[in-house]
Design a protein around this ligand. Structure first.
Ligand SMILES: CC(C)(COP(=O)(O)OP(=O)(O)OC[C@H]1O[C@@H](n2cnc3c(N)ncnc32)[C@H](O)[C@@H]1OP(=O)(O)O)[C@@H](O)C(=O)NCCC(=O)NCCS
Length: 196
């Protein structure tokens, strides 16, 4: 049985290894390398990081699943801000995919987010997977990316009915999602030099 608890400092390395292993299995057109473990590594230092929604799932003491959240925001057409939270990375040990562990830790975290009073979860993720948790296309709430873009993988879940309203706006995730790509490239050049 999956035992879900908050992540502690001692779990960091195992969670980053799990994140690397899980995302290594992800195939997307144009994807050249795995760097989500580095995102997990630097995300915990951000003020936007949400420790109360940072969960691990263990079986027999081994961490086989995890999910991490950051705060994000919607800027409304009238300039006002609406708080949101965003999850990712979310990972399950590759050998254990499709056993319901991903769904279990996602549901647990959504329940915890609702209980903590958050109003909405907004994500960019697998458009075939997340609707089962109640996620809808963000366009249904008139939300767009900062550049005005809208696409299937951009989804929103209301934790409180009516929280998102209909006025829409642009959704901004924490800067760490931009920063980590460049930071990883620089770090990885140095890291790879050790092998050349
Ligand atoms: C996504 C992930 C967390 C799901 O965990 P899981 O334990 O395998 O998921 P569950 O057993 O709860 O659910 C399995 C379902 O997820 C679906 N699923 C898994 N990965 C998917 C993907 N990339 N795209 C669409 N659906 C996916 C499966 O098709 C399966 O659907 P089914 O129930 O209709 O057969 C896991 O596959 C993983 O770690 N993937 C690599 C990292 C990743 O992609 N993270 C999410 C980024 S948005």
């Amino acid at each position: 049985m999956l035992n879900i608890t908050l992540e502690s400092h001692d779990d960091y390395k195992a969670v980053e290894r799990l994140t690397f292993a899980a995302f290594e299995t992800m195939e997307l057109p144009g994807r050249t390398h795995t760097d989500e473990h580095f995102l997990a590594h630097i995300m915990r230092d951000r003020s936007a990081f949400v420790p109360e929604l940072d969960f691990i799932g263990t079986i027999g003491g081994e961490i086989i699943a995890n999910i991490m959240y950051t705060k994000s925001k919607i800027i409304r057409p009238n300039g006002s801000e609406t708080e949101a939270v965003t999850f990712g990375p979310v990972s399950v040990k590759p050998e254990l995919h499709r056993n319901g562990y991903g769904a279990a830790i996602i549901r647990h975290s959504l329940y915890a987010a609702r209980k903590r009073g958050y109003g909405t979860v907004i994500i960019v993720g697998h458009a075939d997977y997340y609707p089962r948790f109640g996620f809808k296309p963000a366009s249904e709430y008139n939300l767009t990316m900062p550049d005005g873009g809208v696409f299937d993988a951009f989804m929103a879940l209301e934790l409180r009915q009516g929280y998102l309203g209909t006025s829409g706006g642009k959704w901004y995730e924490d800067e760490v999602f931009d920063i980590y790509k460049t930071a990883f490239s620089k770090w990885n050049v140095e890291f790879q030099k050790a092998f050349s």
